[in-house]
Design a protein around this ligand. Structure first.
Ligand code: BES
Ligand code: ZN
Length: 638
């Protein structure tokens, strides 16, 4: 367990609220005490003593100053009635005042103190909690460089209006709201947000508008308890188009029509999800299309998934990502990993669920292709990752939880569930999963809770199909177990044969049956060209298929990697524009890393990065700087 020393200099300094009517209580009698991170090593919150039950946000959005400014009131649940303090997670927040609210509604100032900054964990905010107090108010402002927010100026958006959005997962909510920033704690919330009158505010909550509100004031409510990493807000020149009775799309004017067309299948996807694993319990399901600097493909914010615009390909070919974020409405948002070591409970189940939705929509052939892509990617990661990172459950206690997000919890988690399906049969597994989502709805659980549940409801119920030792090998032993089942794709075997005969000079490019190929076949074809291309072959392919100008980001990305490998000039030119426009980490990070690996590309990449970085999200900056070997200013707690 890590200790974070929190020095209390003699008797605490005292912050008094204007309406204070009683002398504040000293925080502790002893001159020194220690705030220890608890069961969740990435949070200072002592949530087993006292936890947040509900929070009310009242914030003003200052686009010019790039600050959220206002206050938050917590209603607390005291698990140990005599417990005398509340510890909240904060990072780079300006804490202005802390008061408590007595049962009669009157305010009282209390002692509070910010601990020393601990790298990515931020600073514990320690507040005295007098007996009988169940409500606390913190007045605060976020800083312009808050890691969990991106502020874009009007010059950086397609509408010409400024834009702001949050990305709280894994532990960045604390950079814009002081809270118990651990997925182990769930709370409901309401929010009042004041923004400039020409912009719209949306949140991962109930109450999203259909049209701009002339007062600039918006009210939200989240009646289902959520963990802090699902707190989400965005402000910008947004428009709304409905895609069904309980679904719709938000985007800037430039994107809204293309987005609504691309996501027309959304309502049907929700129906499929419900058919598989039970009722969708969140009311509406909308999508928010963000500017291209959004650092991820998607983020499963409740009721309102956030998406990169790069998946709008014009032909619905990249919708697996929407299926993925929707699936999180069950795996992740409904049943949540209690800490980041258990991330596979969120992501592994979700990749499996995503595959089931894709299969229901597009058939088994598509499911098999996606599974094979995922297997090949995983095999590569497993071969190169540190041994301790090659297993589903990993000790992250001394690490930045950002590092939890690699392929292993996603793809190995998914192949574990695929394996359960193969051993127990689809029918039994589906029944088990429906019960699992029901029994743990709105709870945060760890791997061991899942394991016990699976033993009781699956392994013991259907003996002789699989052993607990086999399950433990998946969970706790590095590497894919040798009994894992490799997916087969007939379509990809054909692609392999065609690629081989083209490379052997036995076939013309013009004879490749590309008109029958989906983006998945294209990806498999291009991945297999790694290490086999020359500038001349690149040029021939480009003439035949116009890959440099492809509108499909997955194809472009692979093409750009091949362009770096072969130093293919048209590809390198596109690469420059791509890096200046797109901040999606999955692409930018490997592209910078590939450039940094060449003798000709590193300086050039650094120069592009310097031009691009003002438009990048803090996360993309951090990852790009690491990829380029530039120093990063984020230092861990050790
Ligand atoms: N929950 C993740 C997004 C995320 C990743 C947040 C890392 C914080 C750190 C989301 O559901 C996700 O997995 N997104 C993927 C897409 C998916 C299809 C694999 C992404 O953004 O690439
Ligand atoms: Zn996910």
């Amino acid at each position: 367990m890590m200790h974070f020393k929190f020095l209390w200099a003699g008797l605490c300094t005292v912050a008094l609220a204007a309406c204070q009517s009683e002398a504040p209580t000293p925080l502790v009698a002893s001159p020194e005490f220690v705030i220890e991170v608890g069961k969740d090593p990435h949070s200072f919150a002592e949530y087993e003593k006292v936890s947040i039950e509900h929070l009310s946000l009242d914030l003003n959005v200052n686009m010019a100053a790039q600050r959220l400014d206002g206050h938050v009131v917590y209603r607390l649940n005291r698990h140990e009635p005599g417990w005398q303090r509340l510890v909240l997670d904060t990072r780079d927040l300006e804490i202005k005042d802390v008061t408590v609210i007595r049962p009669d509604g009157s305010y009282m100032g209390v002692s509070w103190r910010l601990g020393e900054p601990q790298g990515h964990l931020g600073q514990p905010l320690v507040i005295v909690l007098p007996a009988g107090i169940e409500q606390v108010r913190v007045d605060y402002a976020s800083k312009p460089d808050a890691f969990g927010l991106q502020w874009l100026s009007g010059e950086q958006t397609s509408s010409g209006k400024p834009f702001m959005f949050s990305q709280s997962q894994p532990h960045y909510a604390r950079t814009w709201v002081p809270l118990q920033d651990t997925p182990a704690v769930r709370y409901t919330f309401d929010a009042t947000i004041q923004a400039p009158q020409d912009l719209m505010v949306v949140m991962g909550a109930d109450g999203n508008p259909e049209a701009i509100n002339q007062t600039g004031q918006y009210a939200f409510n989240m009646p289902q308890p959520i963990p802090s990493y699902l707190m989400a807000i965005a402000v910008g020149e947004l428009n709304f188009v409905s895609t069904g009775p309980r679904s719709g799309v938000y985007a800037e004017s430039d994107w809204i029509e293309r987005a609504a067309n691309e996501f027309a299948v959304l309502e049907e996807m929700i129906d499929i999800g419900e058919g598989l694993y039970g009722p969708y319990r969140w009311g509406r399901y909308d999508l928010l299309v963000l500017p291209p600097s959004f650092p991820f493909g998607g983020m499963e914010n409740p009721r309102l998934s956030f998406l990169t615009p790069t998946i709008i390909a014009g032909d619905g070919s990249l919708l697996a990502l929407v299926a993925h974020e929707l699936a999180h409405s069950w795996s992740g948002n409904l049943v949540t990993n209690a800490a980041w070591r258990d991330l596979w409970l969120n992501e592994g189940f979700t990749v499996y669920f995503e595959a089931r939705i894709m299969e229901a929509l597009y058939g088994k052939k598509v499911r098999d292709m996606l599974a094979k892509l995922s297997w090949d990617g995983l095999a590569e990661t497993v071969a190169s990752a540190d041994v301790a990172d090659r297993q589903l459950v990993r000790d992250l206690s001394t690490r930045d939880p950002e590092e939890a997000f690699m392929r292993v919890p996603y793809d190995m988690g998914r192949f574990f569930i695929d394996w359960l399906e193969a051993r127990f049969g689809r029918e039994a597994l589906d029944e088990f999963l429906r019960a699992y989502f029901d029994d743990f709805a709105f709870e945060s659980i760890d791997t061991e809770t899942f394991r016990e549940y699976a033993i009781e409801h699956l392994f013991e119920r259907y003996p002789d199909r699989a052993t607990i030792d086999e399950m433990d090998a998946w969970l706790y032993v590095p590497g894919l177990p040798e009994f894992a089942i490799e997916p087969q794709s007939d379509a990809f075997e054909q692609v392999d044969a065609l690629r081989a005969s083209w490379l052997a000079g036995q076939m013309d490019l013009a004879d490749l049956p590309v008109t029958e190929w989906s983006v998945h076949e294209w990806r498999h074809f291009l991945i297999g060209l790694n290490g086999q291309m020359s500038p001349a072959l690149m040029e021939a392919m480009d003439q035949q298929f116009e890959l440099t100008t492809s509108q499909n980001v997955e194809i472009v990305f692979l093409w750009l990697q091949l362009s770096i490998e072969t130093q293919y000039p048209p590809g390198i030119e596109r690469l420059e524009n791509f890096l200046l426009e797109v901040g999606r980490n999955k692409f930018t990070q490997p592209l910078y890393a590939a450039l940094a690996d060449t003798d000709w590309g590193r300086e050039w990449a650094i120069e592009i990065y310097e031009r691009a970085k003002s438009g990048y999200h803090p996360l993309t900056r951090q990852a790009s700087e690491r990829a380029l070997g530039l120093s990063s200013d984020i230092i861990g707690p050790n």
